[in-house]
Design a protein around this ligand. Structure first.
Ligand code: LP5
Ligand code: MN
Length: 259
């Protein structure tokens, strides 16, 4: 398995879901990047920073909303190492984007060592094995032949397909139970076993927090990163988002309001 060794503190954030109509989230994320650049030794972004990434060529002449987010990531990457992971919405991010930003791409699953601790890091969607329809969709869009077919379409065509896929996904999610959309305990246990770790960190499920589990008699921890949304809120919802800091003491989650 791929390995990265970093000096702490390391900051992590995922599921920011930046898009054309996320001005509030984008502003909060840009503030976060400035803070990370001054306080972290490295930044790991394991997936779904973008609401939908249709190919690295969109960054060549980026629309203004995207240009400002890309510039903010690039400014952060000029100060500290930034690692970009691919999620289920931005799995088409490629080497060209990473190079343009001065960042590096994270492998799908990676062992990260920070000080005395090694953990398994991924986006997390691969552990949602009860969601059979999603795993079928995932297998299709991760297929290199499908990807080159998709990338050969024009940008407007790709934008239309991505919007259609987001619409269908949101409709499909209304029909699924919350258990189906969470990680499968056996899939997590197997990932922990294979990696030989007792700590796993991922995003995707939008259920931030620390979960304790027992794998083959060993006490393990699964930490989930929060999703962000400062724009599309119901009347009783507060803007949300946050990140994780890993230092000598281990992982700690922070809310946006602590920025
Ligand atoms: O993303 P979210 O949180 O809504 O739900 C995810 C799973 N859904 C997805 C689909 C993405 O949101 C789609 C956006 C991808 C943008 C990339 C752009 C380039 C690709 C364009 C593709 C044509 O990941 C959802 C999970 C949920 O997490 C929780 O784990 O349940 O899974 C699904 O919704 C899968 C559905 O059940 C079945 C597939 C619906 C999409 C169908 C695509 C049709 C494409 C039309 C054009 C060919
Ligand atoms: Mn996701």
């Amino acid at each position: 398995m791929n390995k990265i060794s970093l000096a702490g503190p390391v900051w992590l954030a995922s599921d920011v879901h930046l898009g054309q109509h996320t001005e509030g989230t984008s502003e909060a994320f840009r503030d976060f990047l400035k803070l990370a650049a001054s306080e972290a030794q490295a930044l790991l972004l394991p997936g779904d920073i973008f609401d939908a990434w249709i190919g690295d060529d969109v960054a060549v002449v980026a629309p203004p909303w995207l240009a400002q987010d890309l510039m903010a990531i690039k400014a952060c990457a000029a100060k500290i190492p930034v690692w970009l992971g691919r999620g289920n919405r931005d799995f088409l991010m490629g080497e060209a984007l990473a190079v343009g930003l001065g960042a590096r791409l994270l492998p799908e699953e990676v062992l990260v060592t920070v000080g005395p601790r090694t953990f398994l890091l991924s986006h997390g969607d691969e552990y949602c094995t009860d969601d059979v329809a999603y795993q079928q969709f995932r297998a299709m869009v991760r297929n290199p032949a499908w990807q080159s077919g998709f990338l050969s379409r024009s940008i407007p065509e790709r934008l239309t397909l991505a919007a259609q896929a987001r619409g269908e996904s949101m409709a499909a999610n209304q029909t699924k139970t919350s258990e189906i959309m969470d990680v499968n305990a056996d899939a997590v246990a197997q990932a922990i076993r294979t990696a030989g770790v007792s700590l796993i960190i991922h995003g995707h499920t939008h259920r931030p927090g620390r979960n304790v589990l027992n794998v083959d008699g060993n006490v393990c921890e699964r930490w989930v990163l929060p999703d962000w949304d400062c724009d599309h809120l119901e009347a009783n919802q507060q803007p949300r988002g946050g990140w994780m800091v890993i230092d000598e003491e281990g992982p700690t989650l922070f809310d946006l309001e602590q920025a």
